[in-house]
Design a protein around this ligand. Structure first.
Ligand SMILES: Nc1nc2c(c(=O)[nH]1)N[C@H]1C(S)=C(S)[C@@H](COP(=O)(O)OP(=O)(O)OC[C@H]3O[C@@H](n4cnc5c(=O)[nH]c(N)nc54)[C@H](O)[C@@H]3O)O[C@H]1N2
Ligand SMILES: Nc1nc2c(c(=O)[nH]1)N[C@H]1C(S)=C(S)[C@@H](COP(=O)(O)OP(=O)(O)OC[C@H]3O[C@@H](n4cnc5c(=O)[nH]c(N)nc54)[C@H](O)[C@@H]3O)O[C@H]1N2
Ligand code: SF4
Ligand SMILES: [Mo]
Length: 902
């Protein structure tokens, strides 16, 4: 091959980020940062060869930087034997003294099905506790509960093909353009090719509301009312499918009566949802006229005080119209994490037993016999928020955290972090050596850190949003002493005397047992059945092609859709309509906390950034934490675009960069979830989120917490670029009001804001931050004029540089990035780090729009002004948007903005 590699060296695997579950081909490439380049797998039915910006950058995130490479016990390096002995002894002693429910596991939709299976078996079959919960509680629990109540099983009925074949796509609480980009591209393709219409229901404008048919900027928390109104309207329009309802469902009369009482007219719906009557009517009309309708929903639905009600109201509409289980129609819960579904399949949630079985006496008996269990859990365990409150209260005393960062991602995160310090035994399995959760444990009396195998090294399966199981295959050796998570769990099981139950030779053996349990005494009674894989050998496992469950014994092909036969998994085989409760916010804004805090994601970062944060390409898009504020709220609270704001309430506080955004909902602000104390100053947004949960699913309301907001006065702005990261303490001592770090080629950058400082003190300040004396620094600019730059160059190599400007100006720094990796700077080039922009006078490219080709906002705007009138034209000129397409919504937005000004 042209790149020098042989085709058979490439490895087909699955992306470790979102629930789309794209197939990835990793190809050896000596020019790539760590020797491997990611490409979309043309044969994978989720993505047919495409990858979004995060998937495309996978090769940049697999290096050795920051990895946890050996076990650590009580702060000291330890052997695996010592660490595992310590865990086994800790669990045994804790259970002996306080009983089985004093031990708990907190897992993640990012571990593999095999890891999940072994953890669940160990806890629920051999330790005797169901205190096994997962970050999926913060993510999918409301969908799971909604599915089970309506269908009798946790089933996503449809397939991605339905998104290609629908005539109407309704997205509720989903920013798919950023969070499920490849599915979003499939929906866009349907719109362009077949004329499908797209409606997005979201309180704020997002990349997903750009260029669609209808955006309903709904009042937070009122979705159930909208869908109840729709249920009524569809009856009036004669769209209820009487035959389907009569033969295959129960309870429509009650659901309809409740809907009619609350949402009987378009006017009441409009008043309750804050929408215009005309908008509501347009939406209802579209749904009534379009049989092939798919309703996709995500965290604007699930992460809600009334998440289960929102799900119920959506499912009711599909059941009433019989638009379920048929091509191009159905409700579709978009899963977040790569293995959110796998976790549900094994029973990773505290209220599930295993293989889609609940804690019924028959199921407990069945699973117990299958496992040869010595201590079966007999009742559901604690859900995530309650679990961490039990840690705080001291009733849970030993906790094993695996593949998640709860000190950042749980609501009331400050409280959670403090609670971790109270445990007798805290075990954290991690791929990286430093994050907030690992840090929290240090203050506790005991602590075990286990180095986990990361993506690219681990071996197993994940299940995506459409029930499709795909293989994650290793293509790199395990670094240091890293080991797969399932192995560590099985070793603890063995040490507790259950050698036979945990004698798995490899991941394939775990998968086989999981498949066999799903088929055990099933006979079609349970939706989840992988019987056809119960005897899969190692070679078959290695060669496994992506396949959708159910796949019972004897089946050769998976099933794209369920419920096409009108049969549900309730005792009488009928689906059940549910009656949602009265819509109400968990807490209303008041004088102390007048705004609602909405939280979510950005395009190029994944959660707490432990992996995407390693990629310079991904860091360019939005390099610092921010809060989006409506212009009227900004004016009222005295906030300026580009300034700083302090958000606070009784749970915590954060200081963030203000982005004044007309598309933001008035009275609400939006902040991303990605920043932590590991990568920023005071930007852990979870600290402000109240631990209020849906009463049925236990899922926290992460989209509507009352907060106060106030401007923070900034004296000067700085950017520090260097080979090594400046010490966090130095930034704190220097009085940083806010800072965030981002990875760049060959080093790091820190963007920071500081209080006022006398210009004469700027040079000394720069020396302190760069950690060197005046003799080692060269400088330029005049602090008195609000401009100063200093650089530390050794042997012609740039070690670090700082650029400072008086606020509100911010220093340009794009030109500093390439200097870290540049050949020794000679002669005049030595002054390059002191320039305010690149030599040759080119303009600063601005924030990156296209991550794949590193194209910034400035050149795109320039291209539009010189005649590019479409994303295609911009692509032809600058290449922007021509690879993964994740930036096309932003390019369209820039086009619209330029048209406006022209
Ligand atoms: N780039 C990127 N992609 C990701 C992830 C990531 O970290 N980064 N994480 C993955 C994971 S685990 C998940 S769970 C998914 C989440 O994917 P999404 O759910 O699409 O993402 P969010 O940004 O959490 O929230 C979606 C939208 O819900 C809206 N919303 C808030 N309140 C309401 C409401 O009351 N009603 C309605 N209708 N909408 C509301 C918010 O304004 C927001 O735009 O993304 C996955 N994909
Ligand atoms: N306010 C607010 N809070 C939220 C949300 C929100 O929208 N708003 N969203 C919620 C949702 S939907 C989710 S999914 C969570 C996500 O929140 P978290 O799960 O806490 O976030 P991650 O950064 O994905 O944490 C995964 C951790 O596992 C490590 N890791 C990666 N791979 C492996 C592995 O193979 N083995 C092991 N042992 N470790 C590994 C990573 O380094 C990282 O530290 O956040 C939730 N919290
Ligand atoms: S859409 Fe992007 S992040 Fe999600 S699986 Fe595909 S490549 Fe990965
Ligand atoms: Mo999630």
């Amino acid at each position: 091959m042209a790149d020098g590699s042989t085709p058979d060296m490439q490895v087909r695997t699955t992306c470790p980020y979102c629930g789309v579950g794209c197939g990835v081909v990793m190809k050896p490439d000596p020019t790539a940062p760590h020797g491997w380049r990611a490409q979309g797998d043309p044969a994978h039915p989720a993505n047919f060869g495409r990858l979004c910006s995060k998937g495309s950058a996978l090769g940049e995130t697999i290096g050795p930087e920051g990895r946890l490479l050996h076990p650590v016990v009580d702060g000291r390096r330890a052997t695996w034997d010592a660490a595992l002995d310590r865990i086994a002894a800790g669990f045994r002693d804790t259970i002996a003294q306080y009983g089985p429910d004093s031990v708990a596991f907190y897992l993640s939709g990012q571990i593999l099905t095999e890891d999940y299976y072994v953890a669940n078996k160990l806890a629920k079959g051999f330790l005797g506790t169901a205190n096994v919960d997962t970050n999926s509680r913060l993510c999918m629990a409301s969908s799971v509960a909604g599915h089970k109540r309506a269908f009798g099983s946790d089933t996503v009925p449809g397939a991605y093909e339905d998104l290609d074949e629908a005539d109407l796509l309704v997205l509720v609480g989903s920013n798919a353009a950023w969070c499920h980009p490849i599915l979003w591209q499939r929906m866009q393709a349907n719109r362009l090719r077949r004329g499908a219409r797209i409606v997005v229901i979201d309180p704020r404008a997002t990349a997903t509301t750009d260029g669609i048919d209808l955006h309903l900027a709904i009042a937070p928390g009122t979705d159930a009312l909208l869908f109840e109104g729709l249920l009524v309207h569809l009856a009036e329009a004669g769209r209820h499918d009487r035959a389907f309802v009569e033969t295959h469902t129960n309870g429509l009369a009650d659901a309809f009566a409740a809907a009619f009482a609350r949402a009987g007219t378009i006017e009441t719906v409009a008043a309750g949802t804050g929408l215009k009557a005309a908008e509501v009517a347009t939406f209802f009309h579209l749904v009534a006229e379009t049989e092939r309708t798919v309703t996709l929903y995500s965290q604007g639905v699930n992460q809600s005080h009334q998440g289960v009600d929102k799900v119920a109201a959506i499912l009711n509409v599909h059941l009433a119209t019989g638009r379920i289980g048929r091509p191009g129609m159905g409700p579709f819960s978009l899963t977040g994490q790569p293995n959110a579904m796998g976790g549900r399949e094994v029973g990773g949630l505290a209220n599930q037993l295993a293989a889609h079985m609940d804690f019924t006496p028959e199921a407990i008996d069945r699973v117990g016999r299958f496992w040869g269990a010595t201590a079966m859990a007999g009742k559901p365990g604690l859900k995530a928020v309650d679990l961490f409150q039990a840690v705080e209260a001291g009733t849970v005393r030993a906790l094993w955290i695996m593949g998640t960062n709860p000190a950042v991602s749980l609501p009331e995160a400050d409280r959670v972090r403090a609670a971790l310090g109270r445990l007798d035994l805290l075990v954290v399995s991690e791929v990286i050596g430093s994050n907030d959760t690992l840090g929290a444990g240090l203050s506790g009396p005991a602590h075990v850190r286990l180095p986990a195998a990361a993506w690219g090294e681990k071996n197993g399966t994940v299940t995506n949003s459409e029930r499709r199981i795909s293989r994650q295959r290793p293509f790199r050796p395990l670094p240091g002493e890293a080991r797969p998570d399932w192995w560590a769990l099985a070793e603890v099981g063995r040490r507790l005397g259950h050698g036979q139950a945990f004698a798995f030779a490899d991941a394939a053996a775990v998968y086989r047992e999981h498949a066999a349990l799903s088929a055990f005494e099933n006979g079609g009674a349970r939706d989840f059945d992988l019987g056809a894989h119960a005897h899969l050998d190692r070679a078959g496992y290695d060669a496994l092609e992506p396949v959708q469950w159910p796949l019972p014994a004897g089946a050769r092909r998976g099933r794209a859709r369920l419920f096409d036969d009108g049969r549900f998994f309730t005792p009488d085989g009928r689906a059940r309509f549910q009656v949602p409760g009265e819509p109400a916010l968990a807490a209303r804004p008041d004088a102390d906390a007048p705004l609602l805090l909405n939280t979510g994601r950005i395009r190029d970062q994944w959660h707490t950034m432990t992996r995407t944060g390693l990629s310079p390409t991904l860091g360019r898009h939005l390099p610092e934490p921010f809060v989006e504020v409506h212009p009227a709220d900004a004016a009222w609270f005295g906030l300026t675009d580009g300034g700083l704001a302090r958000l606070s309430n009784r749970h915590g506080a954060a200081v963030l960069r203000v982005v004044v955004a007309p598309g933001q909902r008035r009275g609400s602000v939006f902040a991303p979830i990605h920043w932590s104390d590991d990568n920023a100053g005071q930007a852990r947004i979870g600290a402000l989120v109240a631990a209020v949960t849906d009463p049925i699913s236990g899922q926290p309301e992460s989209k509507a917490t009352p907060v106060a907001i106030a401007p923070v006065a900034v004296g000067f702005e700085a950017v520090i670029v260097g080979r090594a990261l400046p010490d966090r303490r130095v930034l704190d001592e220097a009085g940083a009001l806010a800072w965030a770090r981002t990875t760049i080629e060959d080093g790091h950058a820190v963007l920071a804001a500081f209080p006022k400082l006398a210009p004469s003190d700027w040079p000394a300040f720069a020396q302190a931050l760069l950690g060197c004396g005046a003799d080692d620094l060269s400088d330029a600019g005049d602090p008195a004029e609000g401009l100063y730059r200093a650089a530390h160059v050794r042997d012609g190599r740039l070690i670090a540089a700082i650029a400072m400007t008086a606020a509100p100006e911010r220093p340009g720094w794009a030109h500093l990035k390439p200097l870290l990796g540049a050949a020794p700077l000679e002669g005049r080039a030595r002054r390059a780090p002191l320039a305010s922009r690149a030599a040759g006078g080119g303009p600063d490219p601005g924030s990156t729009v296209c991550a794949c080709f590193g194209v910034g906002r400035t050149p795109i705007e320039a291209a539009i002004r010189t005649g590019c009138r479409s994303p295609e034209a911009i692509g032809a000129t600058l290449k922007a948007g021509t690879n993964c397409g994740s930036c096309l919504p932003e390019i369209r937005k820039l086009l619209a903005a330029e048209r406006e000004t022209a």
